[in-house]
Structures are given as C-alpha cells and as structure tokens.
Design a binder for this molecule. Structure first.
Ligand SMILES: [Zn+2]
Ligand SMILES: [Zn+2]
Length: 145
C-alpha cells in the first residue's frame, strides 16, 4: 500500500497504477503521463490535470465532465477550464497543447442556430459557402463541448 501524501497536487497521480509505457519510445512514462524522450505527454496516457473550479478530472480537450467549467450550472456559461491537447503529427504518440484554458463552449442557442443553417443547406435553401460564413460568425472563439 502506498502512503498518502498531504496537500492537493495540481495533477492526479495514482501511486498504485500500473506503469505505462510510451507507445512510440517504449520508455516508462512519468506518473502524470509525461514522456521524457518525446518531451510531451503520451497520447496513451490518462489526462492528469484537474479542474481549477471543482478539482474534478479534466479530459485532454480541457473539458470537465463534472462542472463543465462553470459555477452557475447554466449550460450557456460552460467553458473549457483546461488547456486543449491534440495529437502531434510531428511527434507521433504524443500530445501537444493547442489552445489555452478558459475558452467558452458554444451555447445551446448557438447550437440551435447552427443546426438551422445546416438544415437550410440540406434543403438547398442556402449555399454551402454562405453557410460556412454564418457558422464562422456564430462559432468564432467558441468550441463544441
Ligand atoms: Zn514517447
Ligand atoms: Zn470542474
């Protein structure tokens, strides 16, 4: 049995977890999923970051399933409280950070508006190029949860 450490770590670590190897390098990953050879988090690692609001686990998109990055409970206020990580084509088997934390998620109203635009395109009432312009306007600075 591992001893419990005091304090609140910034990352979740499970001292009893199986050692995980980097799929690209075959080396043992740090407890938080960091690969020393790749100098990045391995894409087969569990996201080690915790939500700055509720301390729940974040996913690699920077999303929190527990509080959705908001304190009001309103879906319109959802955010991504963590950085977004995506697979790095230049460093296979590893992630790279692509977006900073604190991004707003799209609201239910924005989702409905986007769906109406998609339906107009499918019904051939709106040209695709025009639709893409509208969607860019709706979702500028937004990200789908
Ligand atoms: Zn690696
Ligand atoms: Zn949270």
């Amino acid at each position: 049995m591992a001893r419990r450490k005091g304090g609140h770590p910034a990352v979740l670590t499970n001292p009893d977890a199986e050692r995980v190897l980097c799929l690209s390098h075959g080396v043992e990953l740090r407890r938080d999923g960091w690969c020393a050879l790749g100098q990045a988090y391995a894409s087969n690692a569990v996201c080690p970051f915790t939500c700055p609001i509720c301390r729940g686990p974040l996913d690699w998109k920077g999303g929190c399933e527990r509080c959705h990055g908001c304190t009001t409970g309103n879906k319109a206020d959802w955010t991504f409280p963590g950085d977004r990580y995506e697979r790095d084509d230049d460093n296979p088997g590893h992630f790279k950070a692509t977006l900073k934390a604190g991004r707003a998620a799209c609201t239910p109203r924005e989702n409905v508006g986007a769906m109406q635009i998609v339906q107009a395109v499918l019904a051939k009432k709106l040209a695709l190029a025009d639709a893409l312009g509208h969607l860019r306007t709706i979702f500028s600075g937004r990200e789908s949860p």
